[in-house]
Design a protein around this ligand. Structure first.
Ligand code: NAP
Length: 199
């Protein structure tokens, strides 16, 4: 398969590439890294990305930023970071990518455990992750030509535990390689409308 991997240079993206590259052609994408540059926040840059790739069999997004911070410092602007980047960025990937994705091809997006299991400082992440999961359930019944869509919801990754561990006391972490298996299931399997929890 020819697979677009947005966020290929990241902690999660590198593990997804390691899992899939032995069997498939990976087109790596990032804002400042990868074979092709595109910014989730900019629909025109995603449209240019898919114009340059031509027809693809799978589109994975393992990117997207949100603001973390104390409740009493949250402002609309801080919510807007996650809304325009991780949430609408991934929705834009689907809107821009659907014409380029083959019949029966798959989208795989990324949410995270905070949709169901919130932490202090994580209100924006919880909001965005929950919205993405609802979007995937809905898109699965409307996408044309047998196209599929799933979302992977990882817990804290072991590789990120040093940076974020203090915010996730009591949470189990998993290696990124374990989360990568869920992307393999989504891309190489047949399911749609699924939320793969890797907790
Ligand atoms: N790490 C964890 O423990 C964990 C757990 C659960 C969920 N997640 C979710 O998994 C996703 C990836 O996390 P990560 O830890 O792997 O992040 P990361 O290491 O910071 O990597 C992010 C990747 O996305 C690209 N990227 C960032 N913003 C972009 C944008 N606006 N447009 C296009 N590409 C962009 C980056 O490339 P450039 O720098 O070149 O743009 C990089 O390749 C995030 O949505 C995160 O919320 C992570």
């Amino acid at each position: 398969m020819k697979i677009v991997l947005i966020g290929a240079s990241g902690t999660l993206g590198k593990a997804i590439e390691r899992e899939l590259a032995p069997r498939h052609e990976i087109i790596s994408v990032g804002r400042n890294s990868g074979a092709i540059r595109a910014d989730l926040r900019n629909l025109a840059s995603l449209q240019a990305l898919f114009k340059s790739t031509g027809s693809v069999d799978a589109i994975i997004c393992a990117a997207g930023s949100v603001h973390f911070g104390p409740w009493n410092e949250l402002t609309p602007d801080k919510f807007e970071i996650g809304l325009s980047d991780k949430l609408m960025g991934q929705v834009n990937v689907v809107l821009a990518g659907q014409a380029t994705l083959v019949d029966g091809g798959s989208f795989t997006l990324t949410s995270g455990i905070l949709s169901e299991d919130p932490i202090r400082y994580g209100a924006s992440a919880s909001l965005v992750n929950g919205a993405l999961e609802s979007f995937v359930r809905a898109a699965a019944i409307e996408l044309p030509r047998g196209q599929r869509i799933n979302i992977v919801s990882p817990t804290l990754l072991e590789e990120s535990a040093q940076a974020y561990g203090p915010y996730f006391r009591g949470y189990r972490s998993v290696p990124a390689s374990e989360a990568a298996l869920a992307y393999s299931k989504s891309v190489e399997g047949a399911q749609t409308g699924q939320i793969y929890k890797v907790w």
